[in-house]
Design a protein around this ligand. Structure first.
Ligand code: PBG
Length: 326
């Protein structure tokens, strides 16, 4: 059957009909909102390269948490900026570390809001690398014990989900073992399983003050050219006990999201990273793009590629736009 009997435009004329046959749904229920927490009082400072995203102190979190919950966003992911940095990043697993304080504050204010934490060394180390460094080399196995300690300390403070992002081999197994040993069998692991050595993390490294002091992350993060290797990364993390997988970044890797979705049955998250957000913001500031349209289009594309969950700095705006669409 073909034109003129078939007219695909028929299903596009009425808004209700368009909505009825829509294949991909975007909802605030899919979003995770990232928060950058800092020491101090009454700090609410915009990150220059990420307009609309703030460094905030613990005493400012209450309002943010209310807003996120009212918008129907079920989860936040926390990134902490420590008071000081050292070679191994001790504040990362200190019971009164910045992230630990934030977890307790959020859970006190709203126990239902899911709290996820990024488990990595780079925001806490003076060299800005994701692992312990000796003679310029990032040591994989020596880093695993610390990752277990960090994850356990987050669980102790009340985190629901820990998300290791350092791309160390064996990190999921080490973290699962540490959590279980300390009685945190109920805490889930969302593994940044497929994380590329990407230029799109630029603004985040300003936000987290975590740019590496020397070298780069290509010795442990993935080569943007590879997808078969992405499936091996994901397989390893499945075998090590990950509860959910993540692909990161999202926009330049929609094909990877699709392939991981097709191969694995675990829930899949995608990180709509800082550079993807800031790119839109910059073009919008110049009047070149319509933020609402392109942000919703981007998020829909990430869902269409196969992500169940999206970590995005646009979460609050998108939730508002979706609500106003009725
Ligand atoms: C590592 C981490 C990074 C991001 C999330 N977790 C930075 C990196 O790998 O260099 C980037 C997120 C973003 O760009 O929005 N702790």
């Amino acid at each position: 059957m073909t034109f003129p009997t078939v007219r695909l435009r028929r299903l596009r004329t009425m808004p209700n009909l368009r909505a009825m046959v829509r294949e991909t749904m975007l909802s605030p229920a899919n979003f995770v909102y990232p928060l950058f927490v800092v020491h101090g009082r009454d700090v609410f400072q915009e990150i220059p390269s990420m307009p609309g995203v703030y460094h905030q102190s613990i005493d400012r979190l209450g309002r943010e948490i209310d807003e996120v919950s009212e918008l129907g966003i079920p989860a936040v992911i926390l990134f902490g900026i420590p008071a000081y940095k050292d070679p191994i990043g001790e504040e990362n697993y200190a019971s009164d570390g910045i992230v630990h304080q934030a977890i307790r504050t959020i859970k006190d204010a709203n126990p239902k809001l899911l709290v996820m934490t990024d488990v990595c060394l780079c925001e806490y180390t003076d060299h800005g690398h994701c692992g312990i460094v000796r003679e310029g080399e990032i040591l994989n196995d020596e880093t695993l014990d610390i990752l277990g300690k960090i994850a356990t300390s987050h669980a102790e403070a009340g985190a629901d989900v820990v998300a290791p992002s350092g791309m160390m081999d064996g990190m999921v197994r080490a973290i699962r073992a540490a959590l279980d040993r300390e009685g945190h069998q109920g805490v889930s692991i969302l593994s940044y399983a497929v994380k590329y050595a990407s230029g799109f993390y630029g603004p985040f490294r300003d936000a987290a003050q975590s740019a590496p002091a020397f070298g780069d992350r290509r010795t442990h993060q993935m080569d943007p050219a590879n997808t078969r290797e992405a499936l091996r990364e994901a397989q390893l993390d499945v075998d090590e006990g990950a509860d959910m997988l993540m692909v990161k970044p999202a926009l330049a890797y929609l094909d990877v999201i699709r392939r991981v979705r097709e191969r694995f049955d675990l829930p899949l998250a995608a990180y709509n990273v800082s550079g993807e957000y800031s790119m839109i913001k910059a073009a919008v500031a110049r009047g070149w793009l319509d933020e609402r349209k392109v942000a919703l289009e981007t998020l829909t594309a990430i869902r269409r590629a196969g992500a169940d969950v999206i970590l995005t700095y646009h979460a609050k705006d998108a939730a508002r736009w979706l609500r106003d669409d009725g």
